[in-house]
Design a protein around this ligand. Sequence first.
Ligand SMILES: [Zn+2]
Length: 202
Amino acid sequence: MITGCGGCGHAMLRHAQNIKAAYSCRYKFSTDDTACFAGKIEVDVLKNIVMTSIQHLYDIVADHKKAVSIEANPAAIDNLKQLQSLQKEIDNLTCHKLDLYNHYRDGELIKGEYFIQRKSADEQIKSLTSQISLLEQKNWQSVNEAVANNPIYEAMKDMPYPAQFSNEFIKSLVDSVIVYDESRIEIKWKFSDSAIAELLPQ
Ligand SMILES: [Zn+2]
């Protein structure tokens, strides 16, 4: 993650203090008046801020996608309901798998039985996931025409459910993070504000 000082504009220095890694500006003690960020900010804290912002953006895209789908095809509302219930089933199965593991770990389930039940849950999840991608493809067709060139859509097009923000994905969205102080942190996206505005409700 490229992290810049809001005062001097230089990339910040990443260093480990005790266990926690943090960023600070190496020019903060320079004599010229650059209004550098004077403190340190933990890498984990910054990462959380970035993740929250990406999640917010993801929600904007998801809401927009819903609205456009329904506008283009009123029947899409059934698709969306179906999508939601499929996603809920996957969530339930994921919880179920965790329960199974806990029972197995606590000796309430023998190994053979645990593996059989886990496999069955995995197969159900796999089948649900492929139903979801079919439905998603259907919905995409109408959405694509509405925002053919929106870079945020393009970046989030192949995002799996549930949303996974891999490092590669973050890099594709975030240009840099500018720290003015602990409470004023700006994320510079790789696309313009108007690309975001295009997705906000009218
Ligand atoms: Zn600085």
